[in-house]
Design a protein around this ligand. Sequence first.
Ligand SMILES: Nc1ncnc2c1ncn2[C@@H]1O[C@H](COP(=O)(O)OP(=O)(O)OP(=O)(O)O)[C@@H](O)[C@H]1O
Ligand SMILES: [Mg+2]
Length: 472
Amino acid sequence: MSGIARRVVISNGLLVLLAGAAFAVMLFSVADLRRSERLVLRSQEVLATANEMERLVVDLETAQRGFVITGQALFLEPWYAARPLLPAQARTLERLVEDKPAQQSRARRITAQTESYVSDYAEPLLATARRDPASARTLAVTEEGKRRVDALRAEFDDLTATERTLSLGRETQSDTIARRAAVAAATGLGASVLLILAFAVYLTRVIVRPVLRTTAMAERVAGGDLSVRVPESGVAEIRTLERGFNTMAGSLGHARAQLADSRARIVTSSDETRRRIERDLHDGIQQRLVSLALNLRAIQANLPAEPAETGTQLDRLADGMEGALDELREISRGIHPAILSEGGLGPALKVLARRSAIPVEVDPMVESRLAPQAEVAAYYVVAEALTNATKHARASVVHVTVQPRDARLHLSVRDDGCGGADPARGTGLTGLTDRIQALGGTITIHSPKGQGTTLRVELPMVPSVNRPPGLP
Ligand SMILES: Nc1ncnc2c1ncn2[C@@H]1O[C@H](COP(=O)(O)OP(=O)(O)OP(=O)(O)O)[C@@H](O)[C@H]1O
Ligand SMILES: [Mg+2]
């Protein structure tokens, strides 16, 4: 199991154990309480039954005493009412105490003594009283009754006192159990809350915070800042995540630096190639064509009047050669404009504007010279935008602004044409994007259909000083 998953399982396990133990104690306590309560109720029943039975015995004794003394049958009414109830009460009492041997033997003694009192004393006495009231009233006989009832009452007292002591003990036990349940509940709850809090703090510190930090860094990376790194201070998978993130950001940064270097090299080498071709054309073929044309003119000038046709042909040849020369100059100027190398961006843009087939308003606010790469890039952006405006936009005017601000060159070319420019349909706009990005700049193309096209470019601007004139 992985590190973080193991930690989560362990802390959850602890929580379950703790809560489980607290609940177990509470469940046992509730069961104990219910048992204890049942026993207390049983004791109350025992006390009630014993009291009731004692009352019946006292009723018997009082009733028969009244009858023996007065001889009036009316006194016997309570006797007849109590007599049939006694066996049932005795059985109930014995059943209620059957789980306590000492109490049970007391209950049995009470039953036996009650039965003996009724059958061996009370009933024979009543029979005697009916037959011979005088002999029934003798002291020995009444003393016997009192002795028996006193003995029975002593047994009842014994039984009820023991039952009260038992009941009191159970009530004390119930209090202890209830306290134990309350302590278990409070401890379980408190410890669970503490554990949950500790776990939440731990998770926040170990997982949530590092993930949030890494997320924030990932957003910065997504925004282009590849220099960000997260501290590798997490545990287990979080540390792996942080390390992986840093490695990824490092690799991305490295790859981007390599890409920028190689793009810059490509742009530089293509610019150099253009300059070399332009020089080769200018210094080589162009010069030779110039001297050939001059030679032709000289030959033509030295020719005799006849044959006139040869002169005409040579004339045409010289014209053709001068035409080719003009075309060659035009081409070599497009390959790498000499005015850019000599005069800088401002004058070069003005020449571009003059040559454009549609009116161009230029607002170049650059006086000083910039780094050659920046000048060339800005020049080609304007050249491509003007060509596109002429070729695709059906525009009536193009506005060009160039403004150095905050160490960057801000360039915009806006036409009022049909819009809908799409770099995927050609190579010009894509080539510009490559060139600008290779220099660490940005380019945006805004071209909604029917609302013209605006190209915005920002370039790092490094003013170049002390540059010998004529050198790019
Ligand atoms: N100013 C513009 N107004 C309207 N549509 C334009 C404009 N600029 C470019 N487009 C559209 O976007 C497409 C892409 O332009 P892009 O300059 O990349 O290629 P291109 O001009 O067609 O060919 P090239 O590779 O010679 O430049 C064009 O084909 C054209 O349809
Ligand atoms: Mg184009």
